[in-house]
Unconditional design. Structure first.
Length: 73
C-alpha cells in the first residue's frame, strides 16, 4: 500500500541527512511556506506554548510548596 511513497532504504541507524537544496527539500519548504501564508500564521509563534509554559511554572511552584510544607521531618 505504501510502496508508491517509498523513496529509498536506510543504510544505517544513524540520523539521516538530506542535501539542503535537494528537490525534496525545496518542494517541502515551499509547501510549508504556502500553508503558513494561506492560514495567515507565523511559523515561529504558537500562543498555546506560552499558556503551557505558564501553567508548567505555576504547577512546579505549587508542587514544590506542598512538598516542603507537608514533608515529614
Amino acid at each position: 500500500m505504501l510502496h508508491k511513497y517509498e523513496i529509498g532504504t536506510l543504510k544505517s541507524a544513524e540520523n539521516p541527512t538530506f542535501a539542503p537544496m535537494s528537490p525534496f527539500y525545496t518542494t517541502l519548504r515551499s509547501r510549508v511556506e504556502q500553508y503558513f501564508k494561506e492560514k495567515n500564521l507565523k511559523p515561529n509563534h504558537a500562543p498555546i506554548l506560552i499558556v503551557y509554559s505558564i501553567l508548567f511554572v505555576v504547577l512546579a511552584f505549587i508542587s514544590h510548596y506542598y512538598a516542603v510544607a507537608f514533608a515529614q521531618v
